[in-house]
Design a protein around this ligand. Sequence first.
Ligand code: AMP
Length: 490
Amino acid sequence: MPRISNKPIQLLKGFKDILPEHQKYWDFFMGKALVLLQSYGYGRIDLPVIEQTNLYLKGTGKHTDIVSKELYNFEDKGGENVTVRPEFTPGICRAYIEHGMLNRPQPVKFYAYGPVFRHDNPQSGRFRQFNQLDLEVIGSENPVVDAELIIIAYRLLESLGLSVEVRLNSIGCPECRPEYITSLKQYLSSGGRKKSLCENCRERYTKNPLRMLDCKNEQCQQVFKEAPQIVDFLCDQCKKNFMEVLEQLDDLGVLYQLDVRLVRGLDYYNGTAFEIYLKQDDLTKSQSALVGGGRYDGLIEILGGRPTPASGFAIGIERLISKMRELKIEPPIHKKPDIFVAQLGSEARKECFRLFERLMSRGFKVAEAFSKDGLKNQLERADSVGAKFSLILGQRELLDKTIIIRDMQSGIQEIINYDKVMDVVSKRLETASSSVKVYIDKDNANKGSDKNEVEISGPSGKDEPIDKNKKPKYKLNPSSDDNERTINRL
Ligand code: AMP
């Protein structure tokens, strides 16, 4: 046993607490996500956090960074080699196979939500435990599935107030990709190009050649500028599928850039691969992708199932929320209490506790500060949580069987009969709610007191109107050919 020091115990490197004041971002995110997920018919799946290590060796792939460098794996007390999940996709595929979901109406649409663990190098935007929202559609080869997934991710980020763009590519299939890889390797072997690649790329040259393309090293990027591009090697089926995805995105006004060097980090992808970035982000920073996903038609078979096409993506929620906070996007607070219950003296506190429970069971949104004694402190709390009314009970009111009701905005107080408190509160709230308002904190919670009042105007975020005659929004890709030229080659 190691000696236990007297120093306060601190968080492990790369791990983070999510404090109560930050939960509003998570609730806001999940609230928006659930609306979309329900409309598009995704069902929630919860998986164990620990799985057999083999699932990730086979599924994610031995040569990926996630498996070769970042796995949290260990031998458990029974001698089994287990891994704390680094991503959701292999686990969802395992569950699909294990529960015979092939026999259900296809495709099966899943979403999962929760922490994943990677022993990554902690830095801004990179943690060792972080949360993902993961969507998988298993059992359809129709490219409309890829488009649907991209659109859901895009709309979700838009609805949070983020301005984003999709970057996408097709990385071909086992039919057409080998020819491309041969040609890429030939290009690198000639003219001493391979020697000028970084060590990582030289290693990938044999183990995972496609991944060389998204190396962030400046010198490697120079070498790849003139390299053959996969778009010129796609088979007819891959071309057709990719064009269908692009057409669907155009049709719904989704902004995208084709990126012939986008390959994604995992072994199992084929066909459409995509990432979503904040528009104003520096695209050379590897940690700036908010979403990553694509098609993985071979994975179910690799994991022992029947050949089954599939497609999916994952959103990194910490990264997303930190962008929201950087951009000062504040979630609206909908859950303000109607009534704050304040007390003076121990007998009054007991009665107030009973009153609080009764109000709650009648469906009122209530708040309290039973641990505080002074009325001033309690009313300050009522103000800070945004209660509409406070009910104040002291010794005198207890004896008189009355209670004070205080309108928190005007400060006007009235003494009412204690037996009538439910009726009075209902009536007051009815009158107050005829003009519904919501408060948005302008700055972070800790800056706090500065509040902005706005009328509720339905779900926030702008919906792009659908204009069927709209020309495709092809935009110049700064690091490669422009979209149009790429499309012409498809
Ligand atoms: P991946 O599973 O690697 O495709 O990543 C999907 C998303 O998860 C990324 O776009 C990021 O938003 C997020 N992500 C990946 N790695 C990390 C990390 N180490 N820390 C925080 N978020 C991450």
